[in-house]
Design a protein around this ligand. Structure first.
Ligand code: THU
Length: 133
């Protein structure tokens, strides 16, 4: 699937957002290597800190469906600006989706920027640090 189509899926996923507090809707579409798409959207809570981002709802849904091989995630919002993933999402995407994952960031003009997740979170903490004796 091309990244334009994946970005369209992220835009659609924005419609599932539950964001009554920030009114900032975010959608994500996570593509597996065999072509499946898992969608996510941000889900907020009156206890604000319990909010979950769009990228992580997509990654968690895919993970519990048994997916392990991913190629890209697209992220869309209502902003005219490019909206990059937050730090927590970068950390989770790195671990669940792999350092070579393409992260497609979009803006209100349907333009895209593509980054490798490993470049968005350099010198990261991961399981390599935990498994040393
Ligand atoms: N948000 C995401 O869904 N993804 C990000 O990477 C950044 C922020 C959401 C969380 C919250 O519901 C709203 O955007 C405003 O921060």
């Amino acid at each position: 699937m091309d990244y334009k189509k994946l970005a369209d899926q992220a835009k659609k996923a924005k419609g599932m957002s539950y964001s009554p507090y920030s009114k900032f809707r975010v959608g994500a579409a996570l593509l597996t290597q065999d072509g499946k798409v898992y969608r996510g959207a941000n889900v907020e809570n009156a206890s604000y800190g319990l909010t979950m981002c769009a990228e992580r709802t997509a990654a968690f849904a895919a993970k519990i469906a048994g997916e392990n091989d991913f190629s890209a995630i697209a992220i869309a919002s209502d902003s005219k600006d490019f909206i990059p993933p937050c730090g927590a999402c970068r950390q989770v995407l790195l671990e669940l989706c792999g350092k070579e994952l393409d992260v497609i960031i979009t803006n209100g003009n349907d333009e895209q920027k593509v980054f490798k997740v490993k470049d968005l979170i350099p010198f990261s903490f991961g399981d390599e640090q935990l498994n040393k004796s």
